[in-house]
Design a protein around this ligand. Structure first.
Ligand SMILES: NC(=O)c1ccc[n+]([C@@H]2O[C@H](COP(=O)([O-])OP(=O)(O)OC[C@H]3O[C@@H](n4cnc5c(N)ncnc54)[C@H](O)[C@@H]3O)[C@@H](O)[C@H]2O)c1
Length: 424
């Protein structure tokens, strides 16, 4: 039997705490940077007395961030940032093992979701930590009297940063927010290495195909597309890139890939992955020329990169599930396949980012909280990017955790690169 915790909470089942602890500890093994920060926080207590209101996905990785903030001396209250992403075992472990007030139940409806956010707001946080700007938005709309108590906030994702920038542009944002999403050690790892690997993970879990020797088309050669292309190529696939930006296209070509138009790629490819952030990259005319057996997946944010209404209309009455997460569309005797309904394939058919990727994102969160504790008086009500020094520190700690030591410039080199007087 679990003792009744003495902190406020609302979770589904405290009985799942032991399972949560096992999973949180497993994730922790892959999060050495956050662990190094946690150890320093324990010694230095940089967040002592700070009340943090967090609205994040309640996952094992987030649990390790919460542990780090608590180790730094903060009092933390956590609500879910999405009703469906909560892991009930993690929520249970946070409450009964780690003593962190958590308000999150997987599948909670909208009214419970917002009541949890209000409970966090009731604790009068001085720092907000958001993933999608819901807490900041609620405080601005419903608790204007609390705003003067708030030193600053941090924001995890692109969507949240877009909302915050819109608030700042309207003059509506009333406290400073640090955009963790903008750190290089966040988007570089997350979009390129995290999505690159987990997209392939999702595709393989769903289809179990052999990639070696296959023609793979990647639409978009941005951070995500580069990661997918390099991992596909590593599996022995022939990779072609579809791009609209000439610089990205020439980069793809110099990286050793073929570059094609969508029209050229459609009859060439065996597998198609979209990562453009755009709509209807593959459309009716392309589905018409694709080969029998072609497989399509999307790793962009919305399920709009493939023209699914057209695909469904073309195969009306001839659509069936052939494996979990794989739908077959029969069009004139030819079979086309769609993975994870065209939604983010790495989340729909796999487990999203590995903990090692979240390690860097959440290291930025923890250091941003420390930065706010030290520098809030210098900050104004606007959106700040993560200071370069924090970004560099996260990269340095990651290298240190892998036992890699970085070179340093000699005195002579430092003088050389900072002087304009040296010539040929
Ligand atoms: N699956 C995930 O977990 C995950 C993680 C991070 C980002 N994303 C999403 O992936 C998408 C791409 O992110 P990114 O960081 O690579 O963005 P990015 O802006 O770096 O790259 C997008 C690329 O797509 C190209 N493009 C745009 N329209 C195109 C078209 N019609 N045809 C071909 N190419 C086109 C652009 O020129 C650009 O080079 C976004 O929707 C982003 O939200 C998903």
């Amino acid at each position: 039997m679990t003792d009744t915790p003495r902190i406020p909470y609302d979770v589904t089942d405290l009985g799942q705490a032991a399972e949560g602890v096992r999973r949180i500890e497993w994730a922790d093994r892959e999060m050495p940077v956050l662990r190094l920060i946690r150890e320093r926080f324990e010694r230095e207590q940089p967040l002592k007395g700070m009340r943090i209101g967090a609205c994040l996905h309640v996952t094992t990785e987030t649990a390790n961030l919460m542990r780090t903030l608590k180790a730094g001396g903060a009092e933390v209250h956590l609500a879910a940032s999405n009703p469906l992403s909560t892991q009930d075992w993690t929520a249970a472990a946070l409450v009964s093992e780690y003593g962190i007030s958590t308000y999150a139940r997987r599948g909670e409806d909208n009214s419970v979701y917002y009541s949890h956010l209000r409970t966090v707001a009731d604790t009068h946080p001085v720092l907000t930590m958001d993933d999608g700007c819901d807490l900041v938005s609620l405080l601005h709309k419903e608790r204007p009297d609390q705003i003067p108590e708030i030193l600053a906030g941090t924001e995890e994702t692109t969507t949240g940063v877009i909302r915050l920038r819109a608030m700042a542009a309207d003059g509506a944002l009333r406290f400073p927010v640090v955009a963790v999403n903008e750190a290089d050690t966040k988007h570089l790892f997350d979009n390129r290495y995290g999505t690159g690997q987990s997209t392939i993970d999702g595709l393989l879990r769903a289809t179990n195909i052999l990639l070696a020797g296959r023609n793979v088309v990647v639409a978009g050669y941005g951070w995500v597309g580069r990661g997918i292309a390099s991992r596909m190529s590593g599996h022995g696939a022939h990779v072609a890139i579809v791009e609209v930006d000439p610089i990205r296209a020439i980069e793809a070509l110099m990286d050793g890939y073929q570059v094609m138009t969508v029209g050229q790629a459609a009859p060439w490819g065996d597998v198609f992955v979209t990562a453009t952030g755009n709509v209807n990259v593959f459309r009716r005319e392309h589905f018409e020329t694709m080969r029998d057996g072609a497989i399509m997946a999307n790793s962009g944010h919305f399920d709009a990169e493939l023209d699914l209404p057209a695909l469904r209309a073309m195969a009306e009455g001839h659509i069936r599930d052939v494996r979990p997460n794989v739908q077959e569309f029969e069009i004139g005797g030819k079979r086309l396949h769609l993975v994870a309904e065209g939604r983010l394939v790495n989340l729909g058919a796999a487990e999203g980012h590995p903990a090692a990727v979240m390690d860097l994102s959440f290291a930025n969160q923890a250091l941003a909280a420390e930065y706010v504790a030290k520098h809030h008086q210098e900050l104004e009500a606007q959106v700040y990017v993560v200071p370069k020094a924090i970004d560099a520190e996260v990269a340095r700690l990651k290298l240190a955790s892998m036992g890699i030591v970085l070179d340093q410039m000699t005195e002579q080199q430092l003088e050389y690169v900072s002087s304009w007087q040296h010539g040929t």
